[in-house]
Design a protein. Structure first.
Length: 145
């Protein structure tokens, strides 16, 4: 009979967030360590595409503000994807800007901070538990798993 299981390293979960300042909400994309596609530009483009198609407000003019992560956001794949959205008529104008050097705090960090304060006292064994902690972290429902 199997007793309690202990792991030498904690289970890993990849978390990526896209914040929409117009609605005040942030969508958290969660991937279990076995399902993760990495943190490269392909994963970013897939998540941005899903976010705009699912949670988009029908905006024609969009402004994206990214952190200075070279592997994820400052990448030709991301820039070409945003250009593609304009070329096929999904948006009329897309502006992409990056944070100033040594400036590391912007809207998504606030959402992550609220979630982390809930996460520290949350017992999660499965990815669905992590998603539940995201949903319960905000009283007004601005954090979406």
């Amino acid at each position: 009979m199997v007793g309690k299981l202990f792991f030498k390293t904690p289970r890993k979960c990849e978390v990526y967030g896209i914040s929409c300042e117009g609605s005040g909400k942030q969508v958290f994309y969660l991937a279990d360590e076995g399902q993760s596609h990495g943190k490269g530009a392909n994963a970013v483009v897939s998540q941005v595409h899903h976010h705009l198609n699912t949670y988009g407000l029908g905006e024609q003019h969009a402004h994206f503000q990214c952190d200075n992560c070279c592997g994820q956001n400052k990448n030709n794949i991301v820039i070409w994807y945003l250009l593609w959205r304009v070329l096929v008529g999904l948006h009329k104008i897309i502006t992409l800007s990056f944070m100033l050097i040594r400036h590391t705090k912007f809207t998504p960090d606030w959402h992550f901070g609220i979630w982390k304060s809930k996460w520290r006292n949350f017992n999660a064994e499965m990815l669905s538990d992590v998603a539940a902690s995201v949903g319960l972290s905000s009283r007004t429902g601005h954090n979406i798993p």
